[in-house]
Design a protein around this ligand. Structure first.
Ligand code: A2P
Length: 270
């Protein structure tokens, strides 16, 4: 197995035309989840919510996966939130990175979980499961989110309680942030649930939506395409079922070229 290399060694061995960045911090949450930050190339531009292709050299060749950028567009560093898959081609190696190690990144970011892909609305729902919270970690720290919406609701559902911790951390960071903290304190709400352990709130987000419990808990009217907007990020099964509920409620799906009432993107990795 190829181990992560120092940024200097990676710069010597990597092909041209890529960004080679330096890991600045790594936090392990569980044996399945970790968060890390890296330097940001001066010329790298992205919109909050987009993803980039990042990776390492594996047996001398670049190996990439799509990762949502979890830091906002204005941030000096790039943040990512990753699963660890024991046999995963990239994450089995990436989980070993430490500060000072090098990270490869392709030069362009892209994605549909961007504010530009939504038509104007009053309340923004960000529905996430697992590492699907990453693009929303970016968006809840972007002032534009609060300029465009009066009410911002971040839902996060995981199998286990410990897997919710990153969400609590990024919400706390957004609320304490000098740039967005004040406005976020008035508009941002975090709605966490767990499916496979005891917890104050249990259940899949689709069940909590379908039963009416989500809106009841939040004290808001039922989902309404006239005023509500949605962004969804999770597994393919979660996307399919959550999308189905929004379509049934009359929401139209948007894209960069044709904004709509909701947008979706798969939570990547392996
Ligand atoms: P569950 O434990 O009932 O499968 P995963 O790690 O498999 O991506 O799951 C992350 C979270 O997403 C889990 O809480 C899981 O619930 C939930 N989930 C899985 N499939 C769906 C689905 N089709 N719709 C809504 N939530 C889902």
């Amino acid at each position: 197995m190829t181990l992560p290399l120092s940024a200097e060694a990676l710069a010597r061995q990597a092909p041209d035309g890529l960004f080679i960045e330096t890991v600045t911090s790594v936090t392990h949450y569980t044996d399945r989840l970790f968060r890390f930050r890296a330097t940001r190339p001066a010329s790298f531009r992205f919109r909050s919510g987009e993803f980039a292709m990042i990776g390492l050299l594996a047996d001398g060749k670049p190996l990439y996966r799509a990762y949502s950028i979890a830091s906002p567009a204005w941030a000096e560093e790039l943040e990512f939130f990753s699963i660890k898959v024991p046999d995963g081609p990239l994450t089995s190696r990436l989980q070993m990175i430490r500060p000072g190690d090098g990270l490869l990144m392709r030069k362009k970011a892209t994605g549909t979980l961007v504010l530009d892909a939504l038509t104007p609305g009053r309340r923004l729902y960000m529905f996430s499961t697992g590492t699907g919270i990453a693009p929303f970690a970016s968006l809840i720290r972007d002032p534009e989110t609060y300029e465009k919406f009066d009410d911002v609701i971040l839902t996060h559902t995981c199998r286990a309680v410990a897997e919710l911790q990153y969400g609590f951390d990024i919400v706390a960071e957004a609320l304490a942030d000098p740039l967005v903290g004040e406005v976020a304190r008035g508009k941002l709400r975090h709605y966490a649930s767990v499916t496979r352990e005891d917890y104050a709130r249990r259940g899949r987000i689709t069940d909590l939506m379908g039963s009416g419990r989500l809106c009841a808990d939040l004290g808001v009217p039922p989902l309404d395409p006239a005023v509500d907007r949605g962004m969804i990020c999770g597994s393919l099964a979660m996307l399919k079922d959550t999308r189905g509920l929004l379509l049934a409620a009359g929401f139209t799906e948007g894209a960069n070229a044709a904004p709509g009432a909701f947008v979706t993107e798969r939570a990547f990795a392996e």
